[in-house]
Ligand binder design. Sequence first.
Ligand code: DHB
Ligand code: FE
Length: 309
Amino acid sequence: MPANLMTKSQMKKLAEQASGIGQPGGDARVKEITNRLLFRLMQVIDECDVSMEEFWAGVGFIAQTAKNNEFGLLVPGVALEHFLDLRLDEADKKAGIKGGTLRTIEGPLYVAGAPLSKGEARMDDGTDPGEPFVIEGRVQGEDGNIIAGAIVDIWHANSKGGYSFIDGEQAPYNLRRRIETDEKGGYLARSIVPNGYGCPPESCTRMAMNALGRHAERPAHVHFFISAPGYRKLTTQFNFTGDKYLYSDFAFGTREELVVTLERVTDSAAIRNAGFNRPFAKATFDVTLTKERAGAPKTEVAREHVMAA
Ligand code: DHB
Ligand code: FE
């Protein structure tokens, strides 16, 4: 039941005053956005008759999220990171750009500076008992041209769903590698099949999901940044067919075009050729980059990233 104790003009005036609207100085963009945010927040408080206790509990939740350095987790959980992707998709469409591999969320768990190698890489340190995994693909341009020298930056969770650097259990840069594509535009990663990621039990994000009656799980996925000179950087992931959480990803990262069916390789010669000693799973993930061009929406996002020591 809306309380509506305030008039629209009262709230509008107060939000404008608080945002320095009509005053000289300050940053015009900050003023504009602050004004709009404050006005809408006041409206929600008034419409929902938010109590003082509820308001300060909300402030406490935000403070704790900040203390945990957890906003990067919460943002995808409330669909905002996916929303930004959808907006960028529309901006691309408007600019007449099509044909590239779909983007999807970066998520909060990227670590910059992973080891770089040419053509292929072993991503796991051999301590994970998970299923051996080959990820293989080609990077190409919109016209089907091969892109040699592209940098394929891959990161994924271990067989328990944990990320190196974040979970504190794994060696630095475990399951994080950068591979430069070979002269045929190809890359190959040897690794172990990741498990889905679930938000930590004590996290604010899980608490928020509980309060919303939602789960806090992601299907298994493999993250990518792919870049090459003259092409627009792509941020994406792939998921696996049949995953329990494939179509209910709490972080809204799944896109139908990015679902890969794992091939189970059991032939002993093929196993030996791949450098394994037991059956493995294979994913083929080819990537198409779009050319950098005047007026193209920016896909290289300045965002704070940690680096492992
Ligand atoms: C979250 C975790 C991920 O591994 C990911 O890719 C995206 C989001 C998260 O905890 O919000
Ligand atoms: Fe992830």
